[in-house]
Design a protein around this ligand. Sequence first.
Ligand SMILES: NC(=O)c1ccc[n+]([C@@H]2O[C@H](COP(=O)([O-])OP(=O)(O)OC[C@H]3O[C@@H](n4cnc5c(N)ncnc54)[C@H](O)[C@@H]3O)[C@@H](O)[C@H]2O)c1
Length: 233
Amino acid sequence: MKRLLRAKVPVTVLDVIFFEDELAAIRAEFPGSDLQYVRGDIRDTGDLAVAMTGVKGVINLAAVSRVMWCLENEPDCTDINVKGTQRVLEAMPSTAWFIQASSREVYGNPDHIPMAEDSPHNPANVYGKSKAEAEDVIITHVARATSSGGNKINAIMLRLSNVYGSAYDHPERLIPAIMRNALSNRPIQMVGGDQDVRTARAPVLTSTARHGVRRGRRRRHDARRHAAASQNV
Ligand SMILES: NC(=O)c1ccc[n+]([C@@H]2O[C@H](COP(=O)([O-])OP(=O)(O)OC[C@H]3O[C@@H](n4cnc5c(N)ncnc54)[C@H](O)[C@@H]3O)[C@@H](O)[C@H]2O)c1
């Protein structure tokens, strides 16, 4: 969003929640920018109609965005991530472009890494399943628009892995959590997948990353990058 505002592109945000301090900080950083905020739900056609007025493109970030949250609330996960995506597509102007924040979770636990972009979808949890279904919804919507002689929709789906970088990142997300603990010399724990559970104090993070996480080249590589990133903060 900051890049868009920096480029003087008008931005409308539609979200069920917003934080006054975050909004105030963005407005202070980009005085005179055209930033509109609509508090609403992507499943609500009325809210969407307000937010979509005059838009040239849509970046759909709204979601139940964590595996754990989806496990705790499966109906909302499917409803927001799949039906919500459908509603957004239906509400946007036919000339608008569309970018979907999808997830590498659509691949599940692939046999080898890196996997190719066209590797089969085999989600291992309800979050991944909802993201894969949202992709299907987008593909169907775009194909239908094209075959019915309407405008060709320029749509792209980005299968993100670990997003970080905002001061407002969820503190429990992987990279912010590693960085915070590294900076405050607290234990760093890596769990999940088939790796062993390892803990380390921050000063030995690099060493732990190199020698402690044994299974799988990717994990060793990732851990090194996270360690390097935390040292650059
Ligand atoms: N963070 C990551 O590492 C990661 C990785 C892969 C994919 N993604 C995807 O990228 C997108 C953004 O991720 P994030 O980490 O910023 O998530 P986030 O949880 O910080 O942001 C999602 C936003 O969607 C809003 N939202 C939820 N339900 C809504 C609804 N019904 N109507 C309107 N707004 C609603 C939430 O209030 C929140 O502000 C998500 O689609 C997520 O699935 C994130």
